[in-house]
Design a protein around this ligand. Sequence first.
Ligand SMILES: Nc1nc2c(ncn2[C@@H]2O[C@H](COP(=O)(O)OP(=O)(O)OP(=O)(O)O)[C@@H](O)[C@H]2O)c(=O)[nH]1
Ligand SMILES: [Mg+2]
Length: 194
Amino acid sequence: MDFSQVEFLLSVHSLKQLPEEGMPEIAFAGRSNVGKSSLMNKLIGRKAMVKVSARPGKTQGLNYFQVGNQFHLVDLPGYGYAKVPKGMKDAWLSLISSYLENRNTLRCVVVIIDIRHEAKVQDTQLLEWLREQSIPCLAVYTKIDKLSGSARGKNARILDKGHGIIAEKRVLFSAKTGQGRDELIAALKTFLPS
Ligand SMILES: Nc1nc2c(ncn2[C@@H]2O[C@H](COP(=O)(O)OP(=O)(O)OP(=O)(O)O)[C@@H](O)[C@H]2O)c(=O)[nH]1
Ligand SMILES: [Mg+2]
């Protein structure tokens, strides 16, 4: 994967703003504040191309990034943040689910999960829904820098069990140290045309 040319393309707030289907797309989903945008920055090797915030709810709309003329990376707004007004929550949900369901060029949804917490119902629901829709996905357990080696292994096994994920099919990652970046790239490559 060549990240020497990455640019921000656009922020999509309604289905009709979606760019025409062309390049393959990889979307990044997960709870608010889990570290989706940070993971993307680490992946592309930029400090702040994707906006990051300590405050949950930073990413709104679907933010499109284009990598060379190879593929799109799509940063999705986080879910599970209680302080977002209900009307806005429903609008997000309908935008994101229609995007995920109908986007023919979507090759993989990276579902990002905080390794420190037990299996959360919204993550389980998303993973099950993606499986039902036959949308390929990859689970990434992030913020591993916040745990010691043994706690990492233990928590990863708990999450695998809770979400029905096979250990070989997920990646442990840290946006702080960059650990897991090579594994993430190798896994993502399997979803893209060679
Ligand atoms: N220690 C550590 N902190 C992280 C890691 N990933 C993200 N963070 C921190 O977690 C906070 C949220 O990161 P974001 O990347 O903005 O999270 P997000 O999932 O995009 O959040 P929303 O856009 O609000 O849904 C920031 O303070 C990051 O610095 C990680 O791997 N390790
Ligand atoms: Mg974000």
